[in-house]
Design a protein around this ligand. Structure first.
Ligand code: 3PG
Length: 216
């Protein structure tokens, strides 16, 4: 999927499920569970040996937008692109990772925690940023204050967000999508509990479609 298509899907779903996969075989059923429950997006973190293979498997699922997460090097950008990812998510801002993602026609979403990092990302030509770790940094109030001087920037707050505070982030006009592992928790993945994962996905999708962003 090209960067514009990826951005549009993120805008319409308003959710980015973060997935830590220890077993690439899990990808076989996870992709269809996401799509069938109305959330055709997966961010697979490159923190496990199985991650790239899992992205390859998920890339076979029609209509599923794939992001690689925890991308911290140019080599990982190349590996993620090769595996089939369209979006490159990083915990922090790295100009080389951003540049390589743009060169390869991928959508970079680098992480920021400060206004200095937002300015660096803007200089690199990126206006969609991950606010990380959102919960520990002060949650929606901090994000709203950080976003105020940068009306052109949109955020994907991630880190420490759960089903209970999802709506507070979705109400912010600076938020494109909310990221987190709460939609597809590792424990349920390991247990192979498709039903419980499906319920969590449906609940998040329902919250996202019921919550309009409030004017800032
Ligand atoms: C990430 O990789 O983006 C975060 O570790 C996800 O954070 P969470 O598990 O607190 O949602």
């Amino acid at each position: 999927m090209d960067p514009d298509g990826a951005r549009s899907l993120l805008v319409s779903c308003r959710l980015l499920p973060v997935i830590v996969l220890n077993d690439a075989d899990t990808a076989g059923w996870l992709g269809s569970t996401l799509v069938d429950n109305g959330l055709p997006i997966a961010e697979v973190t490159l923190r496990t040996p199985a991650a790239l293979q899992a992205i390859e498997r998920l890339a076979e699922v029609p209509g599923l937008l794939l992001a690689a997460g925890t991308v911290v090097s140019v080599e990982q950008v190349d590996q993620a692109a090769q595996a089939g990812a369209s979006v490159i998510v990083s915990p922090g801002f790295d100009a080389e990772v951003v540049q390589r993602s743009l060169e390869r026609g991928l959508l970079p979403i680098p992480g920021v925690a400060t206004a200095t990092e937002v300015q660096a990302a803007l200089r690199a030509g990126v206006q969609l940023l991950k606010f990380f770790p959102a919960g520990s940094l002060g949650g929606p109030r901090t994000l709203q204050a950080l976003a105020a001087p940068f009306p052109q920037v949109r955020f994907v707050p991630t880190g420490g967000i759960g089903a209970d505070d999802l709506v507070a982030y979705l109400r912010l006009s600076c938020v494109t999508a909310v990221g987190g592992s709460f939609m597809v928790p590792s424990a349920l993945l390991r247990a192979g509990d498709r039903q419980a994962i499906g319920e969590r996905i449906r609940a998040a999708v329902a919250a996202a479609s019921a919550t309009a962003a409030e004017p800032s």
